[in-house]
Ligand binder design. Structure first.
Ligand SMILES: [Zn+2]
Length: 405
């Protein structure tokens, strides 16, 4: 995600609100000092990132110590993201329409309810043939206009479906068809994490999906969604965060570091450690030479490797680094992901390979308009929440209901 000055202003405002809320809850260590420390700049220097990672490495020396550290980070992220307790899981009430038959796969336009009246809009790609059980792959996208409908997203979803996976791609909050909240809303980070968890609920609710084979992969802001989901929800069994795992960059958007999920009075971490919380589940980290992941092979990956080694699982973490490439989820990066997903999710890579061994991604897109679930003929249902205040109220109600369970 690009760093925006506006984001920085929003971050500071969010920190003040979060700190005030914590002070109202009860004693917190030195609230004024915390207020200053809570908020990192979204970007540190590369040296600061390197030094911070080295300092984190000195805090643990065994699998048990890492697990204790990871447990605390998880609890703190959930608390700071206002997801402790998790909201009650309402009926998803899937709306499914617009099925398209394609060569080797089908596409359906889907909406589910993350909260009563708050919709997650997406597309479900299924293999045209094969028998259950099927692996599932979640495909969040980054900060690109209509990212879910973009050719590169369609292509990766279609290809994974042709390899035998059931695939779900959904809109970021405030992007594409997700119009109930602006992306600048105070609850965007909370709801973006919650939407990912509900997307996971949705694929696992589908008949024939194997809960032991669930992948997640996205680029940039979708990479952030990928490693947060894998860190917070053990049901993700394989993850491939793309062009986002960095020791010196925290995302820079309100949906990535708008809440103090990286630092509070009780924790201090970065996106490398959050990605490492997927250990020992298989993870491929994809990086490039032109953004904040340019140091991945020498800085971030050794840390990830050391965490996996603590589990005796160092063979389960890999880095595909494209030094001559830029910040995207292009063909070579997708090819590395297909291979990794095929290996760990039992997908059929040969089904999409030409004789040369390269992946055939031709004829993998449709007109974006045909992928929309809500149209003039099929508008948002009457019960849809109308504005930010209504969504905030529904979220609070669900959280209270979740806390009573
Ligand atoms: Zn964002």
């Amino acid at each position: 995600m690009r760093f925006l000055e506006l984001s920085a202003l929003l971050l500071v405002a969010g920190a003040i609100v979060a700190t005030a809320a914590r002070a109202a809850e009860g004693p917190a260590a030195a609230p004024v000092a915390v207020a200053k420390a809570l908020f990192k700049e979204p970007r540190q220097t590369e040296d600061q990132g390197r030094e911070q990672l080295a300092a984190f490495a000195r805090t643990w020396h065994s699998r048990e110590e890492w697990e204790a550290r990871a447990r605390n980070i998880r609890e703190c992220i959930l608390r700071e993201a206002h997801l402790a307790p998790l909201p009650a899981r309402c009926d998803l009430k899937p709306i499914v329409r617009g099925r398209q038959e394609r060569k080797g796969y089908t596409i359906e336009n889907v909406a589910i309810e993350a909260l009563p009246g708050f919709f997650v809009t997406g597309n479900l790609y299924r293999p045209a043939s094969g028998t259950a059980p099927f692996a599932a792959v979640l495909c969040p996208h980054g900060h690109a206009k209509d990212g879910r409908l973009a050719a590169y997203t369609q292509t990766r979803c279609a290809t994974l479906a042709r390899m035998g996976a059931i695939v779900f791609a959904w809109d970021m909050v405030g992007y594409g068809e997700s119009k109930q909240l602006a992306h600048t809303d105070a609850n965007v980070q909370t709801l973006q994490i919650w939407d990912s968890m509900r997307a996971l609920d949705f694929v696992l609710s589908l008949e024939g999906v194997d809960p032991k084979r669930v992948g997640c992969t996205g680029e940039s802001g979708g990479g952030t969604q990928t490693f947060f989901l894998a860190a917070l929800d053990d049901r993700v069994t394989v993850s491939v965060p793309v062009v986002q795992v960095s020791a010196h960059f925290f995302g820079g958007c309100q949906c990535e570091s708008g809440l103090p999920v990286h630092k509070s009075d009780r924790h201090d971490t970065n996106n490398v450690e959050i990605a490492a919380m997927a250990a020992p589940r298989p993870m491929l980290v994809v990086s490039d030479g032109a953004d904040w992941t340019k140091n991945e092979p020498g800085v971030e990956f050794p840390y990830l490797w050391s965490v996996y080694r603590a589990f005796g699982a160092q063979d389960k973490v890999e880095n595909a680094h494209f030094a001559d490439e830029k910040h995207d989820y292009g063909p070579t990066k997708r090819a590395a992901m297909y291979k990794f997903m095929a290996r760990y999710l039992g997908l059929n890579l040969k089904a999409v390979q030409r004789e040369c061994g390269c992946v055939d991604e031709s004829d993998a897109t449709v007109a974006p308009e045909t992928l929309k679930v809500f149209t003039a003929d099929h508008p948002l249902p009457d019960g849809a929440l109308k504005d930010s205040a209504a969504v905030a109220e529904a979220l609070e109600k669900a959280r209270q209901a979740g806390g009573k369970k």
